[in-house]
Design a protein around this ligand. Structure first.
Ligand code: FES
Length: 135
């Protein structure tokens, strides 16, 4: 039944549709088409454009995945911008390390996750170390 319907469309309805299309025989003929003739051509032109695109698509340059260029993979993704504010006066210990690799599970404080990140990627990132001068 389905194949019968498809066969009817291909053998009867498609040729009848194509026969009724106002296809001009010259390029200049396209200029003289009326709006209603252009509207009748639209489905065919759409299908041809889609087939053309699908044909050349494998040869188009691939977009680099957005994910590859992200620095921040999971920290506060719900915020449009991650900003951390720390008062210098609140620093209690002599050295505080702040993460610059965006992989720390205790962000913004470094938890040495940069070591694994550097090993996996060949990167060379490390923390920002704030040292408190003890007078
Ligand atoms: S964990 Fe990110 S710099 Fe150390």
């Amino acid at each position: 039944m389905v194949l019968e319907t498809i066969a009817k469309i291909i053998k009867v309805q498609l040729p009848a549709y194509l026969k009724r299309l106002p296809l001009p025989e010259t390029i200049g003929g396209f200029v003289r088409l009326t709006v209603s003739e252009w509207l009748r051509l639209l489905p065919l032109l759409g299908i041809l454009a889609l087939l053309g695109y699908l044909t050349i698509r494998p040869f188009l340059p691939k977009k680099k995945k957005q994910r590859d260029s992200l620095i921040n993979l999971k920290i506060q993704k719900e915020n449009p911008k991650v900003v951390n504010e720390i008062d210098i006066e609140d620093l209690n210990s002599a050295n505080v390390c702040y993460c610059r690799c965006w992989r720390s599970k205790t962000f913004p404080v470094c938890d040495k996750s940069h070591l694994k990140h550097n090993e996996l990627t060949g990167d060379n990132v490390g923390p920002l170390i704030l040292k408190k001068k003890i007078l």
